[in-house]
Design a protein. Structure first.
Length: 154
């Protein structure tokens, strides 16, 4: 059973990790994509990316665990760790991406463009879902020059 204060400290670290992961999203996704391309037999994601905020937070927790600190001290330490480490991750991600670009790892990668393209496809699909479906027998015409069927007007 976990003490309420320790639970609060755990939740605080999870919040810091999630905030960090989401605030540097484009750089983080670019880095993960580039790392993934280097290892063809391995999928690199947040569970094994060494620069993922959760991996960094877990390593930090493991390193201070032997100190046996009380929960309220952990909260203070997490706050300072957030300022000292997580607030600077975007620069670390950018520098890591630059190093990989310089050695030729996916230099043309543009995550923002890819995200815009994905968003456009989703929007197009959403619009198409609202259109009425055409009967398969009415379209397409067999020949591009085939006249449209004549209907008698009464």
């Amino acid at each position: 059973m976990v003490d309420h204060d320790y639970l609060e400290a755990i939740i605080a670290m999870e919040g810091i990790v999630n905030q960090s992961r989401n605030s540097e999203r484009p750089q983080y996704v670019s880095l993960t994509t580039r790392l993934d391309s280097i290892f063809p037999n391995l999928t690199v994601n947040e569970t094994n990316n060494p620069l993922d905020p959760e991996q960094i937070g877990d390593c930090f927790n493991e390193s201070i665990r032997p100190l046996g600190l009380k929960a309220h001290y952990l909260l203070t330490i997490y706050r300072e760790f957030n300022k000292a480490v997580f607030h600077h991750l975007e620069g670390v991600f950018a520098e890591s991406n630059n190093v990989l670009i310089e050695i030729g790892v996916m230099p043309e990668l543009d995550v923002r463009a890819r995200n815009r393209k994905i968003a456009r496809k989703k929007e197009r699909r959403k619009r198409l879902e609202h259109l009425p479906r055409l009967k398969k027998t009415s379209w397409p015409l067999k020949s591009p020059r085939q006249p449209l069927p004549q209907t008698k007007l009464k």
